[in-house]
Design a protein around this ligand. Structure first.
Ligand SMILES: NC(=O)c1ccc[n+]([C@@H]2O[C@H](COP(=O)([O-])OP(=O)(O)OC[C@H]3O[C@@H](n4cnc5c(N)ncnc54)[C@H](OP(=O)(O)O)[C@@H]3O)[C@@H](O)[C@H]2O)c1
Length: 293
């Protein structure tokens, strides 16, 4: 592990679910000056306030105005994009991030980390991932250094498969299907430390908190709740979605079923990093506690 040649790091989307954890990990590391890039207009945001109280500079830009973005990125060595258009109903990661990449080039940014943070998707799997793939190609060909960080499923989001309140698990694949799962705080730490890692230059880095089957994760939920769960297996999601067969799955059901096909990594890079990730059971216990409030 070398010292980072990236002192000034900007996190675009640092107020988001993952972006906050990445910005916080950079600040906790102590070797970086951290800027959080937000969209104009300025809006109150608790996470931005918290990051500012820990030393981050909060900057605003209009993503549609190249000069605005370039000005906001001036002095940045590494730009970590953790933006997501999801909450607006659009899932075009390419359209959202292209202005950022163009501005990064103009501002002399050395390394770009795109908003990936998911699975080993293949082109054609799903339109959302196709927009990530087309943007990834732009990043790889941009002339900037890059790191693609893949981390499997966010552990805090396991509720999409495991319904704690109703003690029901919905699997879109065989129970033996293995998943890479990771806590948000660990993705933050891996991302921050990747900036100090020789092997992350122009590379894909795969990290995971644990790699367990759907059934093994179910056992952990059963232990944490002290009860036996019901399991519903639905493997026909893609077929029903494509052929509009009742009950027609929602686009989110389809997306989750696609994620499950690709959410396991053969090789992971955890041993290149200086720390061990949190055990999954820690996050599961927190989820169970939260569900009982
Ligand atoms: N592996 C997994 O299980 C998993 C799960 C969820 C997400 N992800 C991935 O993780 C990444 C981050 O997702 P997230 O859920 O953390 O994101 P998020 O919380 O939905 O949003 C992140 C930030 O993006 C900015 N943003 C939102 N809409 C925007 C727009 N239209 N234009 C520009 N900026 C916009 C906002 O920041 P400001 O308002 O401050 O500008 C927001 O706080 C994405 O790549 C996503 O696909 C992976």
């Amino acid at each position: 592990m070398s010292n980072s040649s990236f002192t000034n790091v900007t996190v675009a989307g640092g107020t988001g679910a993952l972006g906050f954890n990445i910005a916080e990990a950079l600040l906790n590391d102590g070797s970086f000056t951290v800027k959080v890039l937000r969209r104009m207009p300025e809006t109150p945001n608790d996470k931005a306030d918290l990051l500012a109280s820990k030393g981050a500079e909060i900057v605003y830009a209009d993503y549609n105005q190249h000069d605005h973005l370039v000005k906001a990125l001036n002095g940045t060595d590494a730009l970590i994009s953790v933006v997501s258009p999801g909450r607006t109903g659009s899932y075009d990661f390419d359209a959202l991030q292209t202005p950022l990449l163009d501005a990064a080039k103009a501002a002399g940014v050395k390394r770009f980390i795109p908003s990936e943070f998911g699975i080993d998707y293949k082109v054609g799997d799903h339109p959302i991932n196709d927009t990530k793939a087309s943007f990834r190609e732009k990043v790889v060909n941009s002339g900037l250094e890059y790191t693609i960080i893949l981390c499997g499923l966010f552990a805090e989001y396991l509720g999409v498969l495991y319904d704690i309140k109703n003690k029901t698990a919905k699997f879109y694949a065989d129970g033996s299907t293995e998943l890479a799962v990771i806590a948000l705080s660990d993705i933050g730490k891996y991302t921050a430390e990747s900036l100090k890692l020789e092997e992350s230059r122009n590379a894909t880095i795969r990290v995971a908190g644990s790699r367990l089957s759907l059934n093994e994760i179910l056992e952990k939920f059963e232990e944490a709740t002290g009860s036996k769960w019901e399991v519903v297996v639905d493997k026909e999601v893609k077929h029903r979605f494509q052929n509009k067969i009742d009950p027609v799955p929602s686009p989110m059901d389809l997306y989750i079923s696609v994620v499950l096909e690709r959410a396991s990594f053969e090789n992971i890079d955890n041993d290149k990093f200086s720390f061990s990730p949190r055990p999954l059971v820690d996050v599961i216990n927190v989820l169970v506690q939260m569900a009982s409030i």
